[in-house]
Design a binder for this molecule. Structure first.
Ligand code: HEM
Length: 142
């Protein structure tokens, strides 16, 4: 049974997930109808990565919510896990999309640092969740 906090976050994530569908439809439309889109390989790669990471990390966030209530982490650390992994699902795509907004961008702008920040937040959330699950089973904490 999910805690109230996890259930609310899961609901929010499911409401946000259609934005990934919107992104997928957008890149598909660009690929098919905008010949200039394929001319900028860096932009195409980063926008594909933006769409892909948004989808995969939102699904990973939903998976994490199933586990976080099973840990015996403090409420503060459970809150951190519930916020950190979904935050990375926002930060990485923002970095990928916003760093090459211009069709003529040859280098990503400073927004790309959001992707690195997202990576740090993601790793922190995953480690806390993983350690919380392992500690739950250890004899010392049982
Ligand atoms: C939750 C829903 C979705 C998830 C999790 C998802 C995930 C992904 C992933 C992981 C990739 C990268 C594949 C790769 O390059 O190896 C991708 C690419 C792509 N997706 Fe989605 N996708 C979703 C929905 C959609 C929808 C609804 C559409 C269009 C109707 C779409 C269109 C595309 C296109 C066209 C690409 C290739 C983009 C390119 O190569 O530039 N996606 N998606």
């Amino acid at each position: 049974m999910l805690s109230r906090e996890s259930r609310r976050m899961a609901g929010l994530l499911l409401v946000i997930l259609p934005t990934v569908v919107f992104g997928g439809v957008s890149v598909l439309t660009l690929l098919i109808h905008d010949p200039d889109y394929m001319d900028n390989a860096l932009r195409q790669d980063l926008w594909r990565a933006g769409h892909a990471h948004a989808g995969v990390l939102l699904v990973l966030s939903l998976v994490a919510l199933r586990y976080v209530d099973e840990t015996n982490l403090s409420n503060r650390l459970k809150w951190f896990v519930r916020e950190a992994i979904p935050s990375s699902a926002i930060l990485l795509p923002m970095g990928f999309f916003l760093s090459v907004l211009s069709p003529h961008a040859t280098d990503p702008n400073a927004f790309i640092y959001l992707a690195y920040l997202g990576a740090v937040v993601l790793v922190a959330g995953l480690l806390v969740l993983g350690i919380g699950l392992i500690r739950k089973d250890s004899p010392q904490t049982a």
